[in-house]
Design a protein around this ligand. Structure first.
Ligand code: NAP
Length: 299
């Protein structure tokens, strides 16, 4: 039974958890801490948690569930900062976008503690304490990656917690999570960062032309490429092998398309584009995106 939740890191994810709890589970008391005093001020003004604390220790002292919502590269440090004050029996979880390295960091900083790593597959390109909103997790998946010897009650408590926030819960091992998310999230971000970077470096097409005619497809990549630089730097550094593995496959497929274009092989292009169109339909049928044309933008 979870009654007191402590949220460490009060940006997009931490703030959204606090707001979702306030709306969906008002009986749960929330405390929070962020290393940045300006973030703590905004968190207090927006009521992201019931009590904003000045130290991580104060935030977790009464908690039965602590959720670390800091960039992946800061997880070890954030976990070490709560170790002394963490009550006996409290569960520690996180929302980090990569799971193998985070699980290792948490296990090292908090030996013998109940650790249930998690990744809500939900977010936006915005970050910071102004960015959070209560419905972020509604109908989105949250993947838990408990270690093999994890306590079943702790797994159920964290599953129930995410279900209460409106999420659908799946359990996976951390290695598989990192491979799946490399394909569905990390490589798409890398591609967006590359395309937007390449376009801004072109010499024979001006930057103002790229921006002016962006509705041709470029615009949709700019949304992803506007994502938080610290968060994404840490994701690539911490999910290195899965990203490199998937990037190798992607490069091979891109080379095959290059060959098809060069040799005028229209069948190959048509077959691929037909398959990808069907995948878009499946994403919509799964309730993971808006079915209106152009994401429902007002034209
Ligand atoms: P965010 O909006 O930048 O919030 C992170 C907050 O943590 C910032 O206020 C940051 O302060 C603070 N922080 C950094 N180190 C800290 C520490 N040691 N102790 C306490 N606070 C600390 O980032 P976010 O988008 O919420 O991402 C948080 C986590 O969620 C990341 O691990 C990310 O991989 C994961 N995630 C993100 C998304 C997404 O779409 N954004 C989706 C799923 C999961 P400063 O800014 O001053 O450093």
């Amino acid at each position: 039974m979870i009654r007191n939740v402590a949220i460490i890191g009060l940006g997009l994810l931490g703030g959204s958890i606090g707001l979702a709890l306030r709306e969906r589970a008002p009986g749960i008391a929330t405390t929070g801490f962020d290393a940045n005093p300006n973030v703590r001020d905004v968190a207090g003004e927006r009521g992201l948690v019931g009590t904003v604390c000045d130290t991580p220790a104060d935030a977790v002292r009464e908690a039965d569930l602590v959720i670390l919502c800091v960039p992946v590269g800061a997880m070890g440090e954030a976990a070490a900062a709560i170790a002394e004050a963490l009550p006996e029996g409290a569960i520690v979880s996180d929302v980090g976008s990569s799971k193998q390295s985070v699980s290792e960091m948490l296990a090292e900083a908090l030996p013998g503690r109940a650790i249930i790593p998690a990744h809500p597959v939900a977010g936006t390109e915005q970050s910071g304490p102004e960015a959070g909103f209560a419905s972020l997790f509604t109908n989105r998946w949250c993947i838990l990656t408990p270690p093999k010897d994890a306590d079943q009650d702790a797994i159920e408590a964290v599953s129930g917690f995410w279900a209460a926030l409106g999420a659908r819960v799946e359990i996976m091992d951390a290695e598989h999570h990192d491979l799946v998310l490399a394909v569905t999230s990390h490589i798409p971000h890398l591609i967006a960062y590359t395309i937007v970077g390449t376009a801004s470096d072109l010499e024979d097409v001006t930057r103002s032309e790229v921006i002016k005619y962006s509705a041709g497809g470029f615009r949709d990549f700019t949304r992803i490429a506007a994502s938080d630089p610290v968060m994404w730097r840490d994701v690539f550094l911490n999910n290195k092998s899965a990203v490199l593995e998937m990037l190798g496959r992607f490069t091979e497929d891109l080379t095959a398309l290059q060959r098809a274009i060069r040799s005028g092989d229209g069948d190959t292009l048509h077959d691929l584009f037909t398959r990808t169109r069907a995948i878009r339909r499946q994403v919509i049928e799964e309730g993971q995106d808006d079915e209106r044309p152009d994401f429902g933008r007002d034209h």
